[in-house]
Write a protein that binds this ligand. Sequence first.
Ligand SMILES: [Zn+2]
Length: 457
Amino acid sequence: MALEKFLFFFIQRRIKRMRKRIQKNDIAFLKKEITKITPKTTDYLLRFNIINGLKHAAKNSPYYRSLLQPILKELSFKNCKTIFRKIPFTTQEMVKEHPEQFLAVPREKIAALDFTYGSTGHRKVIYNSPWDLTAIINSYVLGFINCGLTEKEVVQIVYSFGIWGVANNILHATLKLGFLALPTGNYLSFQEQKEFIEKFGTTAILGTPSYIYNLAKEITLTPESKKKIKVIMMGGEGLPKHRRKVIEESLGGEIFLNYGLNELGGGIGSECKEHAGYHIFPNFLFEIVNPQTGEPVPDGEFGELVITTLKREAMPLIRYRTGDITRVLPEPCACGLPLPRIDYLKGRVDDRIVIGSAEKYYPSHFDEVLDPLEEVKDYWIEVTEEDGRDTLNVYILTNNGSGELEEKVIQKLLTIKSLKIDIEQTKTVNTPNIVFVSKAPPSAKRRRLVDKRKKGR
Ligand SMILES: [Zn+2]
């Protein structure tokens, strides 16, 4: 017990020192600190954060108060990582329906409200205290440092400014580091974005992968401007391999992909220089579970990502089911950073659709085959049922709809082996129905794969 107290004191002192330096923007110190982290320190920090995080939620959050009381009695530095699994999951529905039940600070302590993107039409309300906001902004500051942005940078933010707080928080982080910020948002034409890049000498671009991908396809930068771009930081969605190549070739710079969820306070993990999955920040505890049973899956196997916020003050979420499918990457990363890693997302639990003879598909399956087609600007697929067989209605956003492109799209789809077998041999799937459109539907985060069959499957 005495040892535990000493450890707590020691870690607390270290965190306080770190915070002071972050507030002072002492970049050199932070860079040194990042390289000094060892697996042992991360483990201590994690345990320390689990205990403090659970205590805070149990004391202040109406939802967790009674739920956590029995666990708290047994909780110790030694058992905190295992006993944790006894706590029931928190689902997205609970947070959506009763956000105030998760509020763990008095209302007057709320500094900002944030909202999820609302891709299904119903936004979640997210509460942030002043400390939460500082933590979110600092996580971006650390992200910038991690990908090599430490000099006088010109940062162009092409995220949507508005009800979704990500763009504003990134803007604050850039101002904190003294960068020149160009908050051009995603409302300007691609040509205007290009003018900003060239006129002000942009060195970093931040935005969603789909927006930056389209920007990369639509503009051609002068070689000088391309050379100036050092970093492209993206988040909010995944990035198929092919798109990464197109963006880097067109805009220059090195891509760093982030993974985050607004309800958990923005950034949860990010890519390092190795570009091999996401390193998870120490403010979170993650688990990978079987989406059906909720049981943990062995390391390396795909399952649903479950996250616990350990440092959130206004709205702590414990064992929150993200709905995202990924896996642990158990091998140490070549970059040397001892933070655990997860793989790029395979999709979302609710994006997974069974087509034909029981094969499961994620949107990423179709990204891989359709993205390389130059003429295809975007696409989405609706699965319907005709005469007892599944039909893929493939909507293609393009300016060049032709019989030739239709044939190309079908051939590409047939490179998905299971789909080819189901169309040609098991006859459970009809030949895909290709529909060319010149305008995408308005929803910014439209789902790519939609099940329109009566019962779904
Ligand atoms: Zn790494």
